[in-house]
Design a protein around this ligand. Structure first.
Ligand code: HEM
Length: 167
């Protein structure tokens, strides 16, 4: 038996990322369908717990990705810059990180604050409409993150050279 420990951990990180993204999206859809503000608030807690998985996954992906590079080019690590698929992957990963660290959490936090005021009954007239707009923004956020992840995965599988059955 032989294999790469860095790829093993890289794929575990990928699993965490998929769980956070897919789980977050499923809970998000349930939150949108729920009409009771109190239940929405409780579900937001589950969504936040899933969301916390993604920064952990991102750190694992980054460190094991660098480890993969060191394994691929042990004598001259800077050679990774000559691999177009890898450079494109790292750039898209940076987009994924910025989007995931800023837009998602900011919109989510603002919406949670509004839902809390609606639940407590002291919300402004346009609060419900704003919650709907934030929810639409979050749908777009999940869509963009999923697309980025799929492109990164395609670059990894079709750009790299380890896939069994590759021709
Ligand atoms: C969302 C982020 C990422 C995903 C989904 C991902 C996915 C993958 C997958 C599935 C493989 C295995 C490919 C195969 O064996 O055919 C792989 C390999 C690799 N990844 Fe990543 N990765 C991500 C982030 C990164 C980052 C940030 C780096 C660099 C800093 C990186 C560097 C590498 C390298 C060097 C390999 C080895 C390629 C080879 O041996 O041919 N990855 N990645």
């Amino acid at each position: 038996m032989h294999g790469s420990f860095s790829i093993f951990l890289h794929l575990i990180g990928f699993g965490f990322l998929c769980t956070g993204l897919l789980g977050g999206w499923i809970v998000e859809r349930r939150i949108r369908k729920e009409s009771d503000w109190g239940i929405k608030l409780t579900m937001l807690k589950a969504s936040r717990a899933l969301g916390l998985l993604t920064p952990v996954a991102a750190v694992i992906m980054l460190f094991t990705g660098i480890w993969n590079i060191l394994n691929l080019y042990p004598t001259e690590p800077s050679l990774w810059l000559t691999q177009g698929w890898l450079v494109a992957k790292v750039i898209l990963f940076a987009f994924l990180l910025v989007n995931g660290a800023l837009f998602g959490p900011i919109i989510s936090r603002k919406r949670a604050a509004l839902i809390r005021t609606l639940h407590e009954g002291n919300a402004s007239d346009e609060a419900e409409q704003t919650v709907r707009i934030f929810s639409k923004n979050l749908t777009t956020f999940y869509l963009v993150q999923t697309l980025l992840l799929l492109v990164i995965l395609s670059l990894s599988v079709f750009g790299g050279g380890m896939t069994p059955g590759a021709s």
